[in-house]
Design a protein around this ligand. Sequence first.
Ligand code: SF4
Ligand code: MG
Length: 314
Amino acid sequence: VKDLQKHFRITNPLGKVTGHVKAVNHVTFDLFEKETLGLVGESGCGKSTTGRTILRLTEPTSGTALYKGQDIFSLKEKEFMPVRKEMQMIFQDPHSSLNPKKRIGFSIEEPMKIQGIGTKTERTDKAMDLLHKVGLRKDQYDRYPHEFSGGQRQRIGLARALAVTPKIIICDEPVSALDVSIQSQVMNLLQELQEEFGQAYLFIAHDLSVVRHISDRIGVMYLGNIVELAPTDQLFQNPLHPYTQALLSAIPIPNPRRKRERIVMKGDVPSPANLPSGCVFHTRCPYVMDRCKSEVPTTIQGANGHQVACHLHM
Ligand code: SF4
Ligand code: MG
């Protein structure tokens, strides 16, 4: 994904454009085969929009997304269909992908039907097989979504996503609404299924501790920008961006003898309709310098793929 931008128009009641919400600004990253890239940031930072744009659930304002050498943003709808099959999404609320009036077997088979995969019998066999793979029973095929718990519905959503054997699954906060004990079960399942089927995950979360154990690399987003991106261990051991440092300092350390200084951010997140000049983090940064208010920091590529956009590191 290169230089992705997604701006939404703001209109007044007369329909006149009065401004733009810059939800995603110049976002650039790679997602490698079979890897998990965590994308973390507070709500409204543009992480969901980034995911949705890649699947073209919303059209980008500008930028490119190369998949197997072709820019998927420039494909016509018909050309995009076979690519779309290789990219699926699971959501925070599985209700958005499960039709409450349909038996879950139907919902799992539906993507295969749309893509013209297999006969009806083959699709049913595959759906039952997938139910088993995600830890449910084959005889639950005929049940309705409301008969399942939140964690089970997330498993069904995952079975539905896997039905077309995607290469990429965009996971948009799939465990945020679940109890902590259920969260780890679903996370473990995601990892097991990745080992079995080899799909890559773009894993969106608002909490660094959620993505820590599943991600090979983590990108930290703030107001539509990826401010830091690094292999997971490196990000936790040596966070370079003040925003990442602040997020990490808010995570409690289990060992009380190890102390981590709490870095307190000033104020609230500014509106994406009125972005701060220069570094977008400058209104809240404890280390802000004069130049931060006028100069946009460029992204520096450090050792081992550790990248950061901050004037302290230039
Ligand atoms: Fe803070 Fe300046 Fe770095 Fe932005 S560029 S994070 S304001 S030090
Ligand atoms: Mg979101």
